[in-house]
Design a protein. Structure first.
Length: 403
């Protein structure tokens, strides 16, 4: 077994996932190609420089359909001899792409890979590809299917999180994201997106609302209350699954849930020999990764059991981790993680998260791993963990160590 190292990590700015968002004019193939080109230029990748491109995408339909990874290679400046494979583990697709690449390197299936993901949510709406678990009545009834927003409120109800706690986390995410941008903490990883004339389309995360406070969030109505309490009445489905709950407390809204955005990210993963041959210095070792299936109704609790699994399999304790990136799909997901492990909030998402900057589904896992690495280097920390909840009840996690 060989060690797998991160040699580089890049990401795009995140554009609002609407028709008036700055990245709406950019296709997933083009946004992906920009990330591949950045890694090529920054690391002098010539010829058949990597074994494969593993690319995450959650809505593989239309212009994001087919084998988007191979399309991105052909749209980029990489050599056409490099193949590509697209994967979908919902919100953890970008992280799973990295984990797959690292495991291939460890097992001798090639010296290096590019891994990451993309989602252009302004152009290809979330859910537009359909999902059997949601639309097939036999599967939906068997699994007690509810939408993710209802799941986030089930977590809040089950584990006792209040709306004020969720809103406070959202305010903190916005403030931290603003501080990170103001202090240029993302400069080394952000690849500005330009048009065919070389003019800048976007060079910053435009979804952010740095003026957010408890008062402004308090004025927002719960987003999933009507969905839960009126037809089709998903609260009743949840209460059939969890009869010990008297009712579902609906605390989530647009301000304490992740934003819909466009974005992409990529990492260069390789073994030691690869770095030496190409004159590259490894930034971190991918120490371990794990994935797990969880209850498909509450759905979003995966970061807790997958982290427990990863730590147990590798003889680690939560106290061995210096920094955490827990995707802010919904506030309750992060609150539950911190509650379960008694983690200091000052160590979690220290530069803000998806509530502030948005959640480009197929890219987010790769984004937060790169953000984690940047922050570990900035603050001279040794070990970090990135984890995400996943639709249909799953979790994924990765531990990296600086070298």
């Amino acid at each position: 077994m060989q060690d797998a190292y991160i040699y580089d990590a890049v990401r795009s700015p995140r554009g609002k996932g609407r028709k008036d968002g700055s990245l709406h004019e950019v296709t997933a193939a083009k946004l992906s190609a920009d990330m591949l080109n950045a890694l090529k230029a920054r690391n002098n990748l010539e010829g058949h420089s990597v074994e494969d491109v593993i690319w995450g995408n959650v809505t593989p339909i239309g212009e994001q359909g087919g084998c988007l990874a191979r399309t991105a290679v052909l749209a980029s400046d990489l050599d056409e001899s490099i193949p590509g494979v697209s994967i979908n583990r919902f919100c953890a697709s970008g992280l799973e792409a990295v984990n797959m690449a690292a495991n291939q390197v460890r097992g001798g299936g090639g010296d290096a890979y590019i891994a990451g993901g993309v989602e252009c949510m302004s152009r290809v709406p979330m859910g537009s590809d359909g999902a059997a678990i949601a639309v097939d009545p036999t599967l939906a009834m068997q699994s007690y299917f509810v939408p993710q927003g209802i799941s986030s409120d089930i977590i809040a109800t089950e584990y006792g999180f209040t709306r004020d706690e969720a809103d406070a986390l959202a305010v903190r995410s916005q403030a931290r994201a603003k501080a990170a941008w103001d202090n240029h903490r993302f400069d080394g990883s952000i690849i500005e997106i330009r048009d065919i004339n070389g003019l800048t389309i976007l060079d910053h995360d435009e979804y952010m609302r740095p003026g957010t406070d408890m008062q402004s969030l308090g004025a927002l109505k719960p987003s999933f209350k009507d969905l839960g309490e009126t037809m089709p009445g998903f609260d009743k489905v949840a209460l059939m699954k969890y009869p010990h709950l008297e009712r579902i407390e609906h605390i989530h809204h647009a301000g304490n849930s992740s934003g819909i955005v466009d974005g992409a990210a990529a990492l260069l993963i390789g073994n030691k020999d690869y770095g030496e041959r190409h004159g590259l210095k490894p930034r971190a070792r991918i120490r371990a990764s794990a994935k797990i299936g969880t209850d498909p109704t509450i759905m979003l609790t995966g970061p807790v059991p997958v982290t427990q699994k990863l730590l147990a399999e590798n003889g680690m304790d939560i106290k061995d981790i210096d920094l955490f990136e827990v995707n802010e799909a919904f506030a309750s997901v992060v609150l539950r993680f911190m509650q379960a492990f008694e983690v200091d909030p000052d160590l979690v998402n220290v530069n803000g998260g998806s509530i502030a900057m948005g959640h480009p589904l197929g890219a987010t896992g790769a984004i937060i791993l790169g953000t984690l690495l940047d922050e570990m280097e900035r603050t001279d920390k040794q070990t970090g963990l990135a984890t995400l909840c996943i639709g249909s009840g799953m979790g994924a996690a990765t531990v990296i160590e600086r070298v």
